[in-house]
Design a protein around this ligand. Structure first.
Ligand code: SAM
Length: 218
């Protein structure tokens, strides 16, 4: 697997479309976990560094309490730690990815949990100064039903940064035709959060373009 080409990796990621249960998605990422860090470099993935750069515009205290939602093997935590953040928690549905993340020694608390539906974070209200989520709004992964729980655990005035591949906004059926962004707007209209930035990041290969939504919690 470590010798896969970029095309092979991107094609493999598309097979997530057929993994319609949490167990199948967890298995996919458990299988990738030992090689994930190497293969995403080959695939030209730069999500974690974009997340870290954008977060620094909004969260200036390096002691801020952060949660890395769907942390995977901890590449985002590593970027955040390299930027000076010292208080980062992680949650992911893939136990083997969390094991890899633990080895990086950049997280305070790590949780294995699939999020969505009735699965809520076992975290008190108003705990975090910011939440980041990178690369997990994609085929059969996080859905807009997690937004209320993310808002619940974020302090009023805190930030929720969601960074995803732009193409999933159309390719994932539950986000398509403006549904994901529409659900964000509904929460804004209900006074739960406010969009402070929508950032487009263009890659050499347009399939890897990223969009980042940064909301401030009310
Ligand atoms: C493409 S990886 C991204 C990992 C990391 N954030 C990064 O940028 O390298 C997606 C991760 O999201 C996790 N994930 C996807 N859907 C999830 C869900 N509903 N609940 C918890 N974890 C989920 C997967 O297990 C996987 O580790």
């Amino acid at each position: 697997m470590a010798d896969w080409t970029k095309e092979h990796i991107l094609a493999h990621i598309l097979t997530l479309k057929d993994r319609s249960t949490p167990e199948k998605v967890e298995q996919f990422f458990d299988d990738l976990a030992p090689n994930y860090d190497k293969i995403v470099v080959t695939a030209g993935y730069f999500g974690p560094s974009v997340t870290s750069t954008l977060l620094q515009k909004y969260v200036t205290s390096k002691e801020a309490r952060l949660m890395d939602i769907a942390s995977g093997t901890g590449l985002v935590g590593e970027c955040l730690a390299n930027s000076g953040y010292t208080n980062i928690d992680a949650v992911d549905g893939s136990a083997l990815s969390i094991e890899e993340a633990r080895k990086k020694n950049v997280y305070t608390n790590l949780y294995v949990q699939w999020l969505g539906g009735d699965n809520k974070l076992n975290i008190e209200n108003d705990t975090y100064d910011a939440i980041v989520c990178t690369g997990a709004f994609a085929f059969n992964q996080l859905k807009s039903d997690v937004f209320p729980d993310l808002i619940r655990v974020t302090k009023p005035g805190g930030y929720i940064l969601i960074n995803m591949r732009t193409q999933w906004l159309e390719l994932e059926a539950s986000y398509a035709e403006g549904k994901l962004e529409g659900d964000m707007v509904k929460l804004e209209n209900d006074g739960k959060w406010k969009l402070v930035e929508k950032h487009d990041h263009e890659a050499d290969d347009s399939a890897l373009n990223l969009v980042t939504f940064i909301h401030k919690v009310c």
